[in-house]
Design a protein around this ligand. Structure first.
Ligand code: SF4
Ligand code: SF4
Ligand code: SF4
Length: 262
C-alpha cells in the first residue's frame, strides 16, 4: 500500500507516520530501507507492525531524524555511520572506481608471452552467455591490446565454467580444476558491508560456490563480522553482484592490491 494511503488510514500526517516507524531492516543501505509502522499508532493493544519500503530521500531523513541517527558534517545533514557516529554513512561506492583488470582462470605466470590474442576465450565465454571476458583495448596499452580481461564482475562475474581454459590453443590459460583457480582475492569493505554495521546478511557467502569454506563469521554486538579467507578465495567475483549494497561492499582485488590494503 502507498505511504499516503497508509497515513490517511491512520489519521496522521506523513511526518507523524514516519516518526512512529521502527527500523526492520536496512538492506541495500538507503535504497532498500524497510520500515515497520504500527498498524494503529498509539493504540494500547499489542503493536502490530506493517512493513513497507521507504524509497523517497526526504522520507528517509525524517525517519532517521526521529530515531536520532542524523548528524551534520560540513554543514550538511546526513545519516550517521554506526561505527563512527559523528560521521556520515557512505551508502554507495561507484564500482567503476574500485575495479581491477583480472585475468581469466588458469592464467599462467608468463600469460602475456603465451597469449596470441586469438580471442577464442572471449568467444567461448560469450558463447556460454557469461560475457565475463572482454578484450583489452588501447587504453590498457599496446602490450596488452587484444588480450582477455575480466573486470566487470558486478554485472558479469566468472562462473568458473572453465570453458576458456579448454579452448585456449597456446596454454596461456591452463586447464585446471575450479578449486585451483586464483584470479584474485575478494575483500569486504567494513564501512559499507551491512553485516558489519549492526546487521546480518551473508548474501556474498550464499552466492559463493565454495560458501562457508571461504568465509568466516564473528558474531558481536555490531553485527556479524564477515570476512573472506584470502587463501581459499578463487577471485571469481560471484559474490560481487550478490551484495545488496549499492556498488557492492565486496570487491575482488589482484593479490598485490589486496596485500597493499590489508
Ligand atoms: S571460466 Fe567460463 S565464465 Fe569464467 S572467464 Fe572462462 S569462459 Fe568466462
Ligand atoms: S569469495 Fe567471491 S570471489 Fe572468492 S571464491 Fe567466493 S564468490 Fe568467488
Ligand atoms: S559484503 Fe557480504 S555480508 Fe556484507 S553486505 Fe555485502 S553481501 Fe552482505
Amino acid at each position: 500500500m502507498e505511504l499516503s494511503r497508509r497515513t490517511e488510514r491512520c489519521g496522521l500526517t506523513r511526518r507523524e507516520f514516519l516518526q512512529a516507524g521502527i527500523l526492520i531492516t536496512a538492506a541495500a543501505a538507503s535504497s532498500r530501507l524497510i520500515v515497520g509502522v504500527e498498524a494503529a499508532p498509539g493504540s494500547t493493544s499489542t503493536p502490530y507492525y506493517e512493513p513497507f519500503l521507504l524509497e523517497d530521500d526526504e522520507d528517509r531523513m525524517v525517519f532517521y531524524d526521529a530515531l536520532g541517527f542524523v548528524v551534520e558534517e560540513n554543514g550538511k545533514k546526513c545519516v550517521a555511520n554506526p561505527l563512527l557516529p559523528s560521521k556520515c554513512m557512505v551508502y554507495t561506492k561507484p564500482y567503476r572506481d574500485d575495479r581491477f583488470p583480472l585475468l581469466p582462470p588458469g592464467a599462467t605466470e608468463d600469460f602475456y608471452g603465451r597469449c596470441i590474442r586469438c580471442g577464442l576465450c572471449y568467444f567461448a565465454c560469450n558463447y556460454m552467455g557469461y560475457n565475463a571476458i572482454r578484450l583489452a583495448g588501447l587504453r590498457e596499452g599496446l602490450s596488452r591490446l587484444g588480450s582477455p580481461v575480466v573486470d566487470e564482475l558486478i554485472t558479469h562475474p566468472c562462473t568458473l565454467c572453465m570453458e576458456c581454459t579448454k579452448i585456449c590453443p597456446t596454454g596461456a590459460l591452463k586447464e585446471i580444476s575450479k578449486e585451483e583457480v586464483k584470479m584474485g582475492i575478494a575483500l569486504i569493505d567494513p564501512d559499507l558491508c551491512w553485516a558489519w554495521n549492526s546487521g546480518d546478511c551473508k548474501s556474498c557467502a550464499k552466492a559463493c560456490p565454495f560458501g562457508s569454506e571461504v568465509f568466516e563469521f564473528t558474531f558481536n554486538e555490531w553485527g556479524v563480522h564477515t570476512r573472506v579467507i584470502a587463501d581459499k578465495c578463487k577471485g571469481c567475483g560471484l559474490c560481487v553482484p550478490a551484495c545488496p549494497i549499492g556498488g557492492s561492499a565486496i570487491h575482488v582485488l589482484p593479490r598485490e592490491e589486496y596485500e597493499r590494503r590489508t
